[in-house]
Design a protein around this ligand. Sequence first.
Ligand code: NDP
Length: 453
Amino acid sequence: MSEQQSFDLIVIGAGSGGVRLARMSAAKGAKVAVVESRYLGGTCVNVGCVPKKLFVYGAHAGEDIEDAAGYGWHVPEDQVRFDWARLVANKNAEIDRLNGIYARMLDNAGVTVINGTATLSDANTVMVNDQAYTAKHITVATGSWPSIPDIPGKECVLSSNEMFYLPQLPRQAVIWGGGYIAVEFAGILAGLGVETTLLYRGELFLRGFDGDVRRFMATEMEKKGVNLKFGVNIESVENIDTHYHVRLTDGTRLTTGLVMAATGRKALVEGLGLEALGVEMTQSGHIAVDDHFQTSVPSITALGDVIGTPQLTPVALGQGMVLSRRLFGDGQGDMDYSSIPTAVFCQPNIGTVGLTEEEAREAGHSLRIYRSEFKPMKHTLSGRDERALMKLVVDDKSDQVLGAHMVGPEAGEITQGLAVAIKAGATKAQFDSTLGIHPTSAEEFVTMREPVG
Ligand code: NDP
């Protein structure tokens, strides 16, 4: 065992939150190390946001090619081919490039990267590859991992992790779950020509999103050929040769070429040795922290997916900034979780910020609802049967816009700007006095005049 190295801060996990914390802390003069057992950039860069969005572009390109015909392009159907291996290889090259950028970023910031699996042997010591590293502060930023329900045949069910490296696309696929990852992958697979069935245990998928968005999305996805089955769950999966036999709770069976679970993600804490140190956990298996990311052990903090806050990269980045100020800066600033904008990159996209109609009613607001549904201009000539939805949830008394929701092309891009207005407390009158940008879909958000409810 070589000589022990000491740091001001050791961050366990080089994902979005961990890297941001490490870099910001090093910039404030702290001596920082980050321990990583897999890949730099965490879920987002390697098996999440980035490759997913590249796949979404890939899937959508098929529609763009079809849509071009309405604009005068001659696109002989029998000459259009899709090469999955090429998409995966190109995606992998991009991820490699980003891994390199992360390595250089950390190096330039003066952060020591330690490759290996970390275990805490005491409240200030991290063991990696039999080497001890000590630090005044240790932050656990180990993220989360797909969680697959314990059913017979679980071992032949894939998670999103494996989907990014599939050797080939199946002809048919079953997607299990009704959240972000399920609808995004349903859009990707269906867009790439896979016969896709999405199974969700509840009455309607995307629980927590605005009811109008959920219903609208179901219609749009079905139009794109996704077979939606709600109110059923998977009881078991059996792999026979190249096929998977799926038994459902309603007694029916399906045969498919692949089963992917998108049934949530659990905190990655195994093997860290937190329990032995008395680090408290929540009932859901996340590390319990206070508003300042402090665990029950004074030298140990935690942030990101592992603490059970919304599992979103910008949340982890924000937490990293706040925590670095707390540990090595002026200690000012709190993480603000209000009105977190988010997009689901299903097809078409969902963009949402602020309260849903259901949440606003439950909170006791009396509401005015503005809603617009239309065919995006692009599809007047493409002939595609795709519609867009926009919705504003407005407090009747104060006129404040409490929430904005959209289904349609570039919903994420559009919602980011709206999020500033909603965060600033904009009123409907201020939306109305804002001129539209014509012709866009986004202008609907400032031209909806008559409430529908
Ligand atoms: P979600 O929590 O979004 O959805 C999980 C889904 O699985 C829900 O529909 C849930 O049903 C269902 N489910 C959970 N347990 C079971 C079970 N035992 N049997 C059957 N169904 C079950 O998780 P995801 O895995 O989709 O994504 C994880 C997180 O990652 C998201 O919450 C999001 O924060 C983040 N993410 C963000 C993205 C983005 O910003 N675009 C993209 C992808 C992920 P029910 O609703 O009934 O509980």
